[in-house]
Every structure is written in C-alpha cells, then in structure tokens.
Design a protein. Structure first.
Length: 219
C-alpha cells in the first residue's frame, strides 16, 4: 500500500496555477451555473434553455404588439363617425363656450366688450364676432330681421331669442344655449347670466327666434 505523502511546495504551486487558469476561462454557463462547475450543469437551467427562452420573448412581444395595433385600429374606426360629424356642431359649441365664459360681466348700456360691460345686443354681437367671425347688426330689433325665423319648439343652441319687455316690439335679445335656457345681459344692475325661456318672467315676454345665416344646426 502506498501512503499519501504531503504535497511539496512545487505541487502546491502547480495546483494553484491550475485553479487560477480555470477561473480565468470564459464562463459559458447560464444563470445557476457556477463558473467553477461548468462541467456539471444544474438541472434547473442550461445555456440552451436560456437561449430558447430569450428567442421566444421577442416573438411573444411581437404578437402582443400586433394585438395592440389591431385594438388601436378598431378604436380609431369607432371614432371615425364622430370625427366626420358636421362642422357646424363644433361652431355652435365654440359659440356657446365663448358666451358662457362671459358670465358675471356687468351690464352697461351701450357696452360691447368685457372691459366696458355689455348691453343685450352688445353681448350677442361680441360673442358671434369673436367666436365665429360673424358680424351682426348692433341693435336687437335689427337682429330680429336677419336670418331664418324658427319656431319656439324647434330651437337649437346658437339661435337668437327675442323679447318685448314693453309690448310687441323687440327690445331684448339673448342666445339660446339649450335645455330651455338662454344667455343674455338682462338690465342695469345685473350681470350677464342664464335665464329660463319656458318659465318665469321671460317666458311671457318671448316674441320670436331666429337662426343666424351661415350657422346652420347641429343635426
């Protein structure tokens, strides 16, 4: 029988050199594989498994991306009818929004600007001019002679509504904004406001309504 002899200095040095050389080799093992045990792959992971998984990820992402694109196309198709709606609807909305932005502006006889205040026709003229570039006559009785006359039951937002506070002569005007309401500058001491057309004081003073030429309807 042979006895193990203590390793000499030369053998120890040689063994250390081998270990250092092995550690300097490129590590091809995937995750889970230690660099010093590349000859004993672990069952949980391998280079091939990692490469296949990596190759599959882009494919899955491409499938999801294509699905997302299809959903976006479908969504755009659903929005297409809304985008092709009559341009007049956008004009009326612009008009109403511009008018409502002036709520609270003080009444001033002869006024036609936010800075100076508004009388009834000054307010209507300002809103149409700045929102749509449409110039209207300066006074309410002249406005009541322009455009197309419409029935009270056929009003749409943007129509002008006229009133006679002292009889059958037009002396007040407002902008119908829908749901039985209209925007106007009522009188001295009051601000630009919204009032009911079908009930209250103004219901009994209503005379007629007109649709401004070129404005059309929302339908």
């Amino acid at each position: 029988m042979h006895r193990s002899l203590p390793a000499g200095p030369g053998k120890i040095a040689a063994l250390c050199g081998c270990l250092l050389a092995a550690s300097a080799l490129p590590v091809f093992a995937g995750p889970g594989l230690a660099g010093d045990s590349a000859d004993a792959p672990g069952p949980a992971s391998s280079v091939t498994t990692n490469l296949v998984a990596g190759a599959m990820r882009p494919a899955s992402q491409d499938v999801l991306f294509a699905s997302d694109v299809n959903q976006l196309i479908a969504a755009q198709a659903a929005l297409a009818p809304a985008a092709s709606a009559p341009k007049e609807e956008g004009r009326v909305q612009t008009l109403v929004k511009r008018g409502l932005a002036l709520l609270g502006t003080p009444y001033r006889w002869g006024g036609s600007s936010p800075e100076a205040g508004f009388d009834c026709s000054g307010l209507v003229g300002y809103v149409f001019r700045t929102a749509l570039g449409i110039d209207l006559p300066r006074v309410s009785r002249e406005m009541a002679q322009d455009g197309e006359k419409v029935d009270r039951g056929s009003l749409v937002p943007g129509d002008l509504v006229f009133f006679g506070r002292r009889g059958k002569r037009v002396d007040h005007v407002g902008i119908y904004i829908g749901e039985g309401r209209f925007l106007h500058a009522p009188r001295t001491g009051r601000d630009v406001t919204v009032s009911q057309l079908d009930t209250g004081y103004w219901a009994g003073k209503f005379l007629q309504a007109r649709r401004v030429a070129g404005l059309g309807t929302e339908s």
